[in-house]
Ligand binder design. Sequence first.
Ligand code: 9YT
Length: 161
Amino acid sequence: MIVRRLQDLIGTGRDIVGLGFNSRRLLVAGDGQSYSMHDTVIKADAEIRLWYKHHVESVYCVGGEGELENLHTGEVYPIGDGTFYCLDNHDRHVLRAKTQLRMICVFTPALVGPETHDQEGAFPLLTDEGEATLTGTRANDSATPVVHAVDEASPDQPQAV
Ligand code: 9YT
């Protein structure tokens, strides 16, 4: 049995800090399961463009207000406490937080732990040793993870910050 408390992850290597959000990685690949589970807080006014090419993400919002845009269809969905979505088609999307959002996120395959978004808003596929297993993706070996946020002046080009 694995039992963890969020408070014990804060400020550790399982607390991935990026521009606009914190992802507290409750369960990662090293825990031996086929999925990872994160408690993610997205700051008010953050806008994040994402495209999980190598993973399927399911998200359950348990607090806050925002919106989700499907970049393939243009559909925009309000997000709030009790909203669930699954990116079952590796959908390109934009997440906009009107207020702080708290999201419970499940990734398959499981994240190893330190993954941060690449230029396209994807996570690389990592081995347990943290090596990227696909060309065109890269592991970020920085102690301070880098996150990419949408640059409003050129929304097609996520900006490294
Ligand atoms: C929905 C969401 O929070 N996406 C960005 C962060 C990601 N879920 C993570 O790293 O936990």
